[in-house]
Design a protein around this ligand. Structure first.
Ligand SMILES: [Zn+2]
Ligand SMILES: [Zn+2]
Length: 781
């Protein structure tokens, strides 16, 4: 609603400015106050449920300056997604003031993620003369907990988990003084009035000793410590002690999946890994994620920290508590989620005692409640840019702005790496990473995330978007909800998510490669090329299908995929001689328990197996990660043949290379290069300028960079994920944007495509006999 500006004879005007985005809890109101006062403007500012609303009144010249500086000098943590300015007739304000927040109806304001401790707070933490010296809950308007403490919007202290702590006189003064760094810092606290730390069990806690020093001592002695962090409990051990790390693995029931590390400083990180300036910037960012780095191979890390993983996942301390602990214990520590494998992270003290009691020797507790679970995020660098692999603390719940206004849709995501999303107008709010929905506890967390998101934003879904896979727990939940359901094909959701976050609104070629997703023909897709326009897709090419002997077992055991491809190309005698050979051959010949797949993820497994890089995957995607790592910087343009997605010549060449003792590095590079060349081949035949890459396979930095290096010089524009993960953690965004009445994702197969170049495209027929619709892998599909 815009009013016609009325300019009085005095030349005074009034602007109403509405800012949407992450504008609350970052010191925006005091900044506006200072700016307006300095420019001698009158009016007010308030936090509304729609964002930040400002009214300023004064001479036009000053108002223009205000608008300029509002953009240029805004608080560093603020993310302004939209700014609307309306000129109104003057109201005759006498001064500028900060008004109390209004309680509106549409709660579309973005809650800010949790932010790492700022330099000013860190300095206070280390200053013996400061009243917050060594205080573990120090924060200000530039840093500290946000999403993990907010219960309701607007973000004001009574609406946070800090509401039970009454500010002391000193804190209250800071909070109400506009010039103070803690002006309206909602979690503001000090040792006198704020949360405090203690150790459990009580008989182990020594009253004469600082709890953090006791934790340091316990770590040195090889104990497992449960620490209540920002978004949940973490389990800590000394990362240099092989036996302690092994004990943690046993108790956590986590065989091989790498553990994340926390290191005291960047200097320490450089000792253990090879970092680029961009990676160091990510480590030190306000989000402070776990960054996947190349291990340097030097140092005294226990080898079982990241057993058979190509990376080290490293983060820096991001809360005052972590900073204090790392000061007491300046060595690399394992800092992993406080849970058993596949369970959600524990956030509540009582819950942690019950669930982690059998794992941790010592608990470092505090009394600031955590509003919702939020794991540490995981990122890596690809194409010189940040690529988010797990989106949680530091990123959630920042919305992704989309071009089209969306109806109220709840998108429930996939089954693995689940995250849910709600669509509110032009914004899609993604929940934090929920995890794999295999256990009852995980399904509880999934429901919790949905309820939480809906309550926080007072959101009532009218439609639910889910995956097409009938056996996903998320799909079952959607079907049981009683609301209208739109099922979106898995790979369509992948590429739509990537297109949406890149604001791509025209026709594009979607390359969706991953481990598995339910295909329209009931087989397992995962090596797909789609032409996408107006929310419809046409499957224009895919990997030549092959059989997966043992179904789900083939995901964990890559040698099964290798055996299947060898059988197909050379016959049964090519399968390596072992006890498994007769059984496998029988399965393949009789088509027993051998679903069909076009999965590039499984092709990765097969090549990793043939090259001797990995015979199995102890965690999802391990073989592919190891194959990427096997390249080890080898520069070559050499390439296997994968024309029309037919892997037969490729498999024959891999076998020939293995027989002639070619290095795994060369085999891995030729394989990756072949995949990129196939992308170029299809892109040129499809003759579409925009190429969108999505799916778990594009967590692979070499593949992404190689594809871009081939496609871009030929005039193609390549789009990759930036704000949501390329893996199934980004699926909910794609589901949300596709759940439009006019685009029933996945069901409109034939779009009005007319280009003659495309007429030449043909589907590559399966070369194995077609049978009835094949069962798709349950759950893990
Ligand atoms: Zn601060
Ligand atoms: Zn205080």
């Amino acid at each position: 609603m815009k009013e016609v500006p009325t300019i009085l004879a005095t030349g005074v005007e009034r602007f109403r400015i509405t800012l949407c985005g992450a504008v609350q809890g970052v010191g925006f109101r005091p900044f506006v106050y200072r700016l307006a006062t300095e420019l001698e403007l009158t009016g007010w500012v308030l936090n509304s449920s729609a964002g930040l609303v400002i009214e300023v009144e004064g001479p036009r010249e000053q108002l223009d300056r205000f608008l300029e500086r509002l953009e240029e000098e805004k608080p560093p943590a603020a993310v302004v997604l939209t700014r609307e300015t309306a000129a109104l007739s003057p109201a005759g304000f006498k001064r500028f003031e900060i008004r109390s927040s209004d309680a509106g109806v549409t709660k579309t304001a973005a809650v800010l993620p949790d932010l790492a401790t700022c330099p000013a707070c860190l300095a206070e933490l280390r200053d013996p003369a400061d009243r917050r010296f060594r205080y573990a809950f120090t924060n200000c308007t530039h840093c500290g907990p946000r999403y993990s403490i907010v219960r309701e919007i607007p973000y004001d202290r009574p609406n946070t988990t800090m509401h039970g702590f009454r500010m002391c006189t000193d804190c209250a003064r800071e909070y109400s003084e506009p010039a103070d760094r803690r002006f309206h810092a909602q979690p503001n606290a000090c040792p006198v009035c704020g949360p405090h730390l203690w150790l459990e069990p009580a008989e182990l806690a020594r009253s004469d000793m600082d709890p953090l020093r006791q934790v340091a001592q316990a770590l040195a002695q090889g104990r497992i410590v449960a620490l209540k962090g920002i978004g949940g409990f973490q389990l800590l051990v000394d990362a240099r002690q092989v036996e302690t790390v092994e004990r943690l693995r046993g108790l956590k029931n986590r065989e091989e999946k790498p553990f994340a590390l926390m290191m005291p400083t960047l200097e320490t990180v450089r000792q253990y890994s090879i970092t680029s300036p961009a990676e160091e910037a990510l480590l030190a960012s306000a989000a402070a994620p776990i960054v996947l780095l190349r291990p340097s191979g030097s140092g005294d890390l226990a080898p079982n920290v990241a057993k058979s993983s190509p990376h080290l996942g490293v983060m820096l301390p991001y809360s005052p508590l972590h900073h204090l602990l790392m000061k007491e214990y300046p060595f690399p520590i394992v800092a992993t989620s406080g849970n058993r494998s596949d369970e959600p992270i524990a956030i509540d003290n009582q819950e942690a005692r019950a669930r982690l009691g059998g794992i941790a020797d010592l608990f470092l507790m505090h009394d600031r409640p955590i509003a919702r679970p939020c794991d540490d995020s995981v990122v890596r660098l690809a194409r010189g840019r940040e690529s988010i692999l797990r989106r949680a603390r530091g990123y959630a719940p920042l919305p992704v702005r989309v071009a089209r206004e969306l109806p109220p849709v709840l998108a429930v995501g996939a089954h693995l790496k689940n995250a849910v999303a709600i669509a509110l107008g032009h914004q899609v709010f993604l929940s934090q990473h929920v995890g794999d929905l295999d256990t009852i506890e995980a399904r509880g967390a999934f429901e919790g995330a949905i309820q939480d998101l809906c309550r926080l934003y007072q959101f009532e879904p009218q439609t639910i978007a889910c995956d097409l896979h009938p056996d996903y727990a998320s799909t079952a939940w959607a079907r049981a909800s009683g609301l209208p359901v739109v099922a979106v094909q898995h790979h369509h959701a992948h590429v739509a998510a990537c297109a949406a976050e890149n604001d791509l609104r025209v026709e594009y070629l979607g390359v969706a490669w991953d481990g598995a997703g339910y295909g329209l023909d009931g087989t397992i897709w995962g090596g797909e090329f789609f032409l996408v326009r107006d929310g419809n897709f046409q499957r224009i090419a895919h990997l030549r299908p092959f059989l997966l002997p043992g179904g789900e077992a083939a995901i964990r055991e890559g040698w099964r995929s290798a055996a299947s491809l060898l059988w197909e190309v050379f016959g049964a005698e090519a399968i390596p001689d072992s006890r498994a050979r007769p059984v496998l051959t029988r399965m393949l010949e009789r088509r027993v328990q051998t679903p069909l797949t076009t999965s590039v993820g499984r092709l990765f497994d097969a090549v990793a197996s043939l090259a001797g890089v990995a015979q199995q995957s102890r965690f999802e995607g391990q073989a592919a990660m190891l194959l990427e790592r096997a390249i080890r910087g080898l520069q070559t343009g050499q390439c296997y043949r994968l024309e029309e997605g037919d892997w037969a010549p490729l498999i024959a060449s891999v076998q020939a290379d293995v027989k002639s003792n070619a290095s795994p590095a060369l085999i891995a590079a030729r394989f990756h290069n072949a995949l990129a060349a196939w992308m170029l081949e299809v892109a040129e035949r499809a003759a579409v300028e925009h190429v969108v890459l999505s799916g778990g396979c594009f967590q692979n930095a070499y593949l992404v960079e190689r594809a871009a290096a081939l496609l871009e010089p030929r005039g193609f524009k390549v789009y990759t994920h930036q704000r949501v993960p390329p893996n199934d953690g980004g699926i909910a965004l794609g589901q949300a944007v596709l759940a439009m009445p006019q685009s029933r994702g996945g069901f409109s197969l034939s779009g009005p495509f007319s280009t003659t170049a495309r007429d030449k495209l043909k589907l590559i027929p399966p070369r194995v006999p077609e049978t009835e619709a094949l069962p798709v892998l349950a759950q893990r599909g």
